[in-house]
Design a protein around this ligand. Structure first.
Ligand SMILES: NC(=O)c1ccc[n+]([C@@H]2O[C@H](COP(=O)([O-])OP(=O)(O)OC[C@H]3O[C@@H](n4cnc5c(N)ncnc54)[C@H](O)[C@@H]3O)[C@@H](O)[C@H]2O)c1
Length: 341
């Protein structure tokens, strides 16, 4: 039987509900502490999810010293992620944290080094990777059925009226959302980024204070080109939150971000147009990683129990973060940026 892991949650705001909904379905997890700089938020989460013996606090180090958990779940704001993670390592804990890994590349590198020096696992909850449709697409591509990928295009158009901090945030689309799409592009292309050119702007009619639209062109490994067109202030004809995709290979495939996955392969050449036939897209594999937040958390638990490496471990996830900060740097400098780890 696997060892049950004891966990402390740091940050008990909006997203912690998605985590706790998932955690209550995982028998191998026991919540022993809730921490938030706002004590009431921590208290409320412990009560709502009936973890009545859990310790509540405002100081993570104190709660970790008192409860000695195996893992820390970091649901704090991006600026607090490095401090929460380092405190967890200092108490011998492994960490699964909300995206983004850190609030700058410099801090991200420091945290990755600290995890390695401490011999601890730090993984990021890229929940949109754990989606059955993207897994189906990724396995179709990995099977070679549509040939070698050369080009990946993603369109993300959502008219999101959040209200609150996002309306006033700089680089809101790139910083708060695009990490999911860029991470998905790495999974789909099976390639890491090398360089980016990005243009960011705030369209007329936008209800955001700062740039809420962006177009980015990434040069990826193996000569693959990934283009991203995105907006959080596009009214009408919205795409899914997963984006709408076209993948061009020696043959082609499109994905609407939901269950619509269509591919064509060449049946005959010789004319102005080749003749194409629809490619059969196999059903999802039972071994695929799915389940959103619950899927990533279960996988993390299994990895800590068995010593395996989570798919979204920080040493890999930093590549997705580098796409975000590379795009921002490019937009600010108005030039192509080489992406450095
Ligand atoms: N994966 C997703 O789909 C998704 C969706 C929404 C938010 N997020 C991410 O989740 C994180 C939190 O977002 P949210 O919407 O829950 O924000 P929120 O503001 O609702 O909650 C954050 C909580 O963290 C607490 N906090 C801040 N600093 C802290 C610290 N040093 N120690 C302990 N607690 C601290 C705040 O008091 C607050 O209760 C962000 O990184 C965000 O990007 C991810």
């Amino acid at each position: 039987m696997s060892k049950q892991l004891c966990a402390v949650m740091a940050g008990c705001g909006g997203i912690s509900r998605a985590w706790l909904d998932a955690i209550q379905t995982i028998p191998d997890l026991k919540m022993v502490g809730f921490v938030d700089i706002n004590q009431q938020a921590a208290q409320e989460r412990a009560e709502q999810y009936a973890w009545k013996d859990a310790l509540i606090g405002t100081d993570l180090a104190q709660v970790l010293t008192a409860t000695r958990p195996d893992v820390v779940f970091d649901c704090t704001i991006p600026e607090a992620h490095p401090q929460v993670t380092m405190t967890a390592f200092a108490h011998g804990c492994d960490v699964l944290g909300e995206k983004p890994l850190a609030d700058s590349m410099e801090t991200a590198r420091r945290v990755v080094q600290a995890a390695q020096a401490a011999g601890r696992t730090y993984a990021v909850i890229q929940n949109r990777r754990y989606d059955p449709n993207i897994r189906r697409l990724a396995s179709l591509l990995a099977s070679g059925a549509i040939g070698e990928v050369t080009t990946v295009n993603a369109d993300f158009y959502i008219g999101a009226h959040f209200g609150g901090f996002r309306d006033h945030m700089r680089h809101v689309l790139l910083l708060d959302m695009a990490i999911h799409t860029f991470d998905a592009a790495r999974l789909i292309a099976g390639a890491n980024p090398k360089a980016v050119y990005c243009h960011e702007w705030n369209p007329s009619g936008s209800w955001y204070d700062h740039d809420a639209s962006a177009i980015a062109l990434f040069e990826m490994e193996r000569g693959i080109v990934f283009t991203y067109r995105g907006s959080w202030c596009a009214e009408g004809l919205n795409t899914t939150w997963e984006s709408q995709w076209r993948i061009v290979a020696t043959r082609s495939v499109t994905w609407d971000g939901a269950a619509g996955l269509y591919g064509q392969v060449v049946a005959e050449t010789g004319g102005f147009f080749s003749k194409w036939v629809e490619v059969e897209v196999p059903a999802a594999s039972p071994t695929d990683r799915v389940g959103g937040h619950a899927g990533v958390i279960s996988d993390f638990v299994r990895c800590i129990q068995t010593g395996a490496v989570p798919e979204t471990v920080c040493t890999d996830n930093i590549q997705s973060l580098a796409m975000v900060f590379g795009a921002i740097e490019s937009a600010e400098a108005n030039r192509r940026i080489e992406i450095a780890m």
